[in-house]
Design a protein around this ligand. Structure first.
Ligand code: SAM
Length: 470
C-alpha cells in the first residue's frame, strides 16, 4: 500500500471508530501521526492499521483521541445560550418537573468540564432550594480532559466569560486558579463515552430536561451526526431542550424538534410536553421562510417583477446608481423583504454603508429568520470593519439556511485571515460543495460582482492554501 492509501485507510478507521471526518488538507499531519503510532508499537504502518481495524484497542483509541481532538472550552461559553437556558428553558422545565423536583442535564463532548459545571450552576441559580435535585452528566471520549474535569480546578483564563458575582459565589481561589465549590461538584459526574458507539446508560429514553452538544458535530461524519441527533432527541423528555454550537445546524426540519429563537440565539425543543411559555416564540424550520410577514390584511407592496428583474440586471452590470434610481419609484406603505434586500445591496455597493447597515438591521430585526438579511448585514459590517459582529451575522445566515454557500465562504475566508486554518478548511469545503447549487439570485446579490465559477475558483484556492494542523 502507498503512503496515501495508508492515510486513506487511517481516515476510514477514524471515521468508523470515533465518527470523525477530516479535510483533505489534514492528510500530511495524519500521515505523521500514523508513523509515530506505528513506531511506538514497533509495528509497520500496515500492521498497525490491521491491528486497529481487527478488534477493540481501547488504550490506543485513547491515545488517538488525546492526540487529535480539539478540546477548547471555557465556562459560560456563548453566554447568550446560558441566558436563554436560565431565563426560558430551565424555568419552563422546572414548572414541568414541579412534582418530581429534579432537573437532569447532559453535556455531550464536555471536554474538561467547564460546560457541565456551567449547567449545574445555572440549574442552581434557577432552583436554589436544596430540595430540588440538579443532576448533570458530562460525557467525552477523551480520558485526559475527563481527569481535568474531575479535578474541577481551572485557571483564570477558563473563567474569562464568567461574571464576577458568579465567580465569587461558585468558585474558590485555589493554588493560583479557581476550584468549583463542592456544592456544585456534587451535582456533576463525568463518564467516558464515545458518541460513535451507542453507549448504554446515558441515552435512556426521555430522561433529560436539557442537552448541550456544542462544537462537536462539525468534526463528525454525517452518519454519526444523524445517529447522535436521533439519540439525543429520544433522550430528551417531551418539551426538553437541545442546545447546539453556533455552526451546527440540523437542516430544515429535524425530526421531533422545533426551532426556538430567543436572546439572539437558536436552540431546539423536543416536541410534546406542556405548551412552551408565551414568551418563547415558536419558529418555522431553518430556511423555511425568509420573507418578512406582512400585517394581516395589509400585504407589503411589492415592486413590479419587471422593475425588480431590471434592477438585478443593472446590479450585475455594476450600474448601481441606475438601479437605485429605477427602484426609487414612489409606492405607498413599506416595501417587502425582497425589495428591501435589493435596495440594501445597492446601497452597500454604492458605498452608502451606514444607510445599508440601517436597512439590513431593520430587515433582520423584523424577521430574525431572514438568512439573506443576516448575510447582507454581515457584508456591510465587515466593510465597516466590525468583523466580529459580521462573523456572528454570517453564522446566523448559515444556521438559518444550511444550503446557503456564501456565508460559509466568508466565514472560511475570515477564519483564514485570523489564522484558524482548521475552521477555515471546514467552512471552505462546505462552501465549495454548496456553491454548485447556490441560487443564481443570491450570487448576484451577495457575490460582490463574481459569478459562480469565479467564486468557486477563489474558494478552491483559499482552501488549498490552508495548512491544517491536527
Ligand atoms: C471543542 S470540545 C467542545 C467542548 C464544549 N462542548 C464546548 O463547546 O465548549 C470537543 C470535544 O469533543 C470530544 N469528542 C470528540 N470526538 C468525540 C467522540 N467520538 N465521542 C465523545 N467525545 C468526543 C473531544 O474530546 C473534545 O473534548
Amino acid at each position: 500500500m502507498s503512503d496515501s492509501a495508508h492515510v486513506a485507510r487511517f481516515r476510514e478507521l477514524l471515521a468508523r471508530l470515533l465518527g470523525w471526518t477530516f479535510a483533505d488538507n489534514d492528510a500530511p499531519p495524519l500521515a505523521g501521526l500514523l508513523r509515530d503510532r506505528a513506531d511506538d508499537h514497533g509495528m509497520s504502518v500496515g500492521a498497525y492499521l490491521a491491528r486497529l481495524a481487527s478488534r477493540p484497542w481501547e488504550a490506543e483509541l485513547s491515545v488517538l483521541v488525546e492526540r487529535l481532538s480539539i478540546t477548547e472550552t471555557y465556562f459560560f461559553r456563548h453566554g447568550e445560550q446560558f441566558t436563554a437556558l436560565r431565563e426560558d428553558a430551565l424555568p419552563e422545565r422546572a414548572d414541568a418537573r414541579s412534582s418530581q423536583r429534579i432537573l437532569r442535564m447532559l453535556s455531550v463532548a464536555c471536554s474538561s468540564g467547564e460546560e457541565a459545571y456551567s449547567l449545574a450552576i445555572s440549574g442552581r441559580q434557577v432552583r436554589s432550594d436544596p430540595d430540588w435535585i440538579i443532576d448533570v452528566t458530562g460525557i467525552d471520549a477523551n480520558p485526559a480532559v475527563l481527569r481535568k474535569a474531575d479535578a474541577a480546578w481551572y485557571s483564570a483564563w477558563s473563567l474569562r466569560e464568567t461574571p464576577d458575582a458568579v465567580r465569587r459565589r461558585w468558585f474558590c481561589p485555589d493554588d493560583g486558579g479557581f476550584r468549583v465549590v463542592d456544592e456544585i461538584r456534587r451535582l456533576v459526574r463525568f463518564r467516558r463515552v464515545n458518541v460513535a458507539e451507542s453507549g448504554d446508560g446515558v441515552w435512556n429514553h426521555g430522561q433529560y430536561d436539557v442537552i448541550f452538544c456544542r462544537n462537536l458535530l462539525m468534526y463528525l461524519t454525517p452518519a454519526v451526526t444523524s445517529a447522535l441527533v436521533e439519540r439525543m432527541t429520544n433522550a430528551l423528555a417531551p418539551g426538553g431542550y437541545l442546545f447546539l454550537g453556533h455552526t451546527d445546524s440540523l437542516g430544515r426540519d429535524p425530526a421531533g424538534l422545533e426551532l426556538r429563537h430567543t436572546h439572539r440565539t437558536f436552540y431546539y425543543r423536543r416536541a410534546g410536553g406542556p405548551p412552551p411559555a408565551q414568551r418563547i416564540s415558536s419558529l418555522p424550520a431553518p430556511g423555511e421562510s425568509s420573507a418578512v410577514a406582512p400585517e394581516p390584511g395589509t400585504p407589503a407592496p411589492r415592486m413590479d417583477d419587471d422593475i425588480y428583474e431590471r434592477s438585478l440586471d443593472l446590479l450585475r452590470q455594476e450600474r448601481f446608481s441606475a438601479a437605485l434610481e429605477l427602484i426609487a419609484v414612489p409606492r405607498t406603505g413599506m416595501p417587502g423583504a425582497r425589495d428591501q434586500l435589493l435596495h440594501g445591496v445597492l446601497l452597500a455597493q454604492s458605498g452608502r454603508l451606514s444607510e445599508a447597515i440601517e436597512l439590513a438591521r431593520r430587515l433582520s430585526e423584523e424577521n430574525g429568520l431572514n438568512a439573506d438579511a443576516h448575510q447582507l448585514l454581515g457584508l456591510c459590517l465587515e466593510d465597516g470593519s466590525a468583523v466580529a459582529e459580521a462573523i456572528g451575522q454570517y453564522r446566523l445566515a448559515a444556521y438559518l439556511d444550511p444550503g446557503f454557500a456564501l456565508p460559509r465562504m466568508r466565514l472560511g475566508q475570515l477564519a483564514r485571515r485570523q489564522g484558524d486554518d482548521r475552521v477555515a478548511a471546514g467552512e471552505l469545503e462546505r462552501a465549495l460543495e454548496l456553491l454548485a447549487r447556490e441560487d443564481d439570485e443570491r450570487i448576484t446579490l451577495f457575490g460582490g460582482g463574481f459569478g459562480r465559477l469565479a467564486l468557486t475558483v477563489v474558494c478552491r484556492s483559499e482552501l488549498d492554501a490552508c495548512a491544517v494542523r491536527p
